[in-house]
Design a protein around this ligand. Structure first.
Ligand SMILES: Cc1ncc(COP(=O)(O)O)c(C=O)c1O
Length: 394
């Protein structure tokens, strides 16, 4: 049966729980950094699957890897050994800094944070955490404790931990020092706060946090769910600051669009059988996709290329939007970019969409851009042109 654009929208609106603001377009297919709706209208995709589509939509290498693995084996629980799974773990250990040597595979970003919380508590025997104001770490009941924004938490207050998480301003080392107690188990931070508005942390801050953790027997958890896999111009954003956490949380783009999360830990982390687990985590199908994704990132040199493209993109935005009075700031690293306005961004995001550009409103006043890293310079120029046109339309 052929449904029209409007019929598909009303069917999905009728059937799905009302949990997200949907844009009124029905996406049918994607390739590289482009998406098409069911009527064939083309969009440049700076939503990038909310930071999932780093290697581009429908990447041939992922399609091949999935096709081959599907015919061989799709599921294999973690109590049985599997070659593809161990190959991925070896790759993850290889591309992360040296003290990170062991891996737990799961299915999403929030699951990676849930695991990090449990591993931290198991290791230290302590239960308090320090997290950053405007930080985002997921929406399930463990990770939600560490997410700052009240709008995600207020309705669940009775289900959350009380007095166990101290929120401090991002980049404020003094405030971290002031809230440490004998029961502080872990500090969790993003390197660049994504949901919080593309806020970039400083090298001094991260280095001092690492020292504080070492001096106080505190586990440092870095959440690179959004910044990982070349998004910021390095394989992992920790490399910008030359720090290594005790636990690194990964997800989003790790498996070329398939659902996967991963936690990579150092030897401090001490857990034992039965303390955590997952049914789907580490299944060979998704592992094969992740191996192909990492191969693609490495062979295409996407860390370096993203840094170059990101510098160009941010520079062009700064030049072209310089005289637009509603633009407050252009921020970001690599291809994780925020445009902060002095007013709500929603109408501008809608206008961009009508002009063939998909972007993410973040908070009230930031437009976030997370394009696939395979985006071309021509497309970047086109995006800057659309953004300029729309923001000039006050
Ligand atoms: C930094 C960070 N951590 C965790 C999450 C949660 O990931 P997921 O939506 O896969 O559960 C997100 C999602 O946006 C994120 O940006």
């Amino acid at each position: 049966m052929n449904y029209s654009h409007d019929e598909l929208i009303s069917r999905e609106d009728r059937l799905s729980l009302n949990l997200v603001n949907r844009r009124k377009i029905v996406i049918d297919r994607g390739e590289g950094s482009k998406l098409w709706d069911i009527d064939g209208k083309e969009y440049i995709d700076c939503i990038g699957g909310w930071g999932v589509a780093n290697i581009g939509h429908s990447n041939e290498k992922i399609i091949d890897a999935i096709n081959i693995q599907t015919k061989k084996l799709i599921t294999c629980p973690s109590n049985l050994y599997n070659k593809v799974r161990s190959e991925l773990m070896e790759k993850l250990v290889c591309i992360t800094p040296e003290p990170l040597t062991r891996v737990f595979l799961c299915n999403s970003g929030t699951e990676s944070v849930e695991a990090a919380i449990k591993f931290t508590t198991l290791t230290t025997g302590k239960s308090e955490f320090i997290a950053a104001i405007k930080g985002f770490h997921g929406r399930t009941l463990g990770s939600l404790n560490l997410t700052h924004n009240k709008k995600y938490k207020d309705d669940f207050r009775e289900l959350l931990l009380h007095n166990k998480v101290n929120f401090v301003p991002f980049n404020s080392i003094e405030r971290i020092k002031s809230v440490i107690t004998d029961d502080t188990a872990g500090i969790i931070l993003e390197i660049i706060q994504g949901e919080g508005g593309v806020n970039v942390g400083s090298t001094d801050f991260f280095k001092e946090v690492r020292e504080i953790c070492d001096d106080n027997d505190i586990i440092l958890i870095i959440d690179e769910v959004q910044t990982g896999f070349c998004r910021t111009g390095k394989m992992f954003a920790i490399e910008h600051h030359d720090i290594v956490p005790d636990i690194l949380c990964l997800a989003k783009s790790i498996a070329g669009g398939l659902p996967m999360g991963a936690v990579i830990v150092n030897d401090r982390i001490d857990v034992s059988i039965g303390k955590h687990g997952t049914t789907f985590g580490g299944n060979p199908l998704v592992c094969a996709a992740a191996i192909a994704t990492i191969d693609f990132l490495e062979k295409q040199n996407l860390a370096v290329i993203t840094q170059e493209k990101g510098n160009y993109f941010i520079n062009q935005l700064r030049i072209e939007l310089k005289y637009i009075s509603i633009v407050r700031k252009i921020k970001g690293m690599g291809l994780m970019i925020g445009i902060e306005l002095n007013r709500p961004v929603k109408p501008y995001v809608d206008m961009m969409m009508n002009n063939g550009l998909l972007t993410i409103p973040t908070g009230l006043t930031v437009i976030r851009l997370l394009p696939p890293l395979v985006i071309s310079y021509l497309e970047i120029d086109k995006i800057v042109k659309i953004i300029k046109l729309v923001l000039n339309n006050k």
